[in-house]
Design a protein around this ligand. Structure first.
Ligand code: URA
Ligand code: SF4
Length: 210
């Protein structure tokens, strides 16, 4: 099945999911959305009020900042895929509970398997913890972390940038690194597969040119 159809099938399941207590108080579940062919997956924490009302990720104030950060590197939200650690809004925007994160994890795992992103950008600590349980955001933000099969680029959460101008500045600086990280990831992947790849080919993909 194509990544588009796989992602659509996962989204349908999420919309009717009742696997954890967050289902009871949500308006709409927020499966995630974006370009099903993108090399880049952005992972946030969970829906807020605007997301819960619309069923779409990052459409509130944090979302506006996220779009601005992407625009700063010449990208739009349609160029990447955006998902969250939990798909339903924690009441009052409280932190998601461990049992809720665990119940929802399989959806994000399946989204990763369908999209096969070369780079995963984590937004905030719950997302970072999923991929790098021991990492501290203050120490690793903006620095690519290589795991067995992935390039992880940890970022502060855009909502933290809204609360603190110094964090917003760090976010802008860190986002500037994303195109080069994508380029490095493409080069490394091609090398691992022993595929000769030209500089031109490196820059052509479903995500805008690095
Ligand atoms: N914050 C998140 O972590 N995710 C969203 O989708 C919106 C705000
Ligand atoms: Fe299902 Fe995840 Fe929503 Fe819980 S948060 S009800 S596991 S989709």
């Amino acid at each position: 099945m194509s990544s588009e159809r796989l992602l659509a099938a996962i989204a349908d399941e999420v919309r009717s999911c009742t696997r954890c207590p967050l289902a009871a108080r949500r308006t709409l579940a927020v499966p995630g959305e974006g370009n099903p062919l993108s090399d880049v997956l952005l992972v946030g924490e969970g829906p807020g009020a605007r997301e819960d009302a619309s069923g779409r990720p990052f459409v509130g104030r944090a979302g506006r900042l996220l779009e601005e950060l992407l625009a700063g590197i010449g990208w739009a939200r349609e160029d990447v895929f955006i998902a969250n650690v939990v798909k339903c809004r924690p009441p009052g925007n409280r932190d998601p509970e461990p049992d809720e994160i665990a119940a929802c994890a399989a959806y994000l795992e399946r989204q990763e398997a369908a999209l096969e992103p070369l780079v995963i950008v984590t937004l905030g600590r719950f997302s970072l913890r999923r991929y790098l349980p021991r990492a501290r955001i203050g120490a690793v933000h903006g620095q690519v972390q290589r795991t067995a099969d992935r390039f992880i680029l940890p970022m502060y959460h855009p909502a933290a940038g809204l609360r603190d101008p110094s964090v917003e500045r760090i976010l802008r600086t860190d986002f500037q690194k994303l195109p080069q990280v994508l380029l490095d990831a493409r080069r490394a992947t091609a090398a691992a597969m022993k595929m000769p790849i030209t500089d031109h080919e490196l820059r052509v993909g479903f995500t805008p040119a690095p």
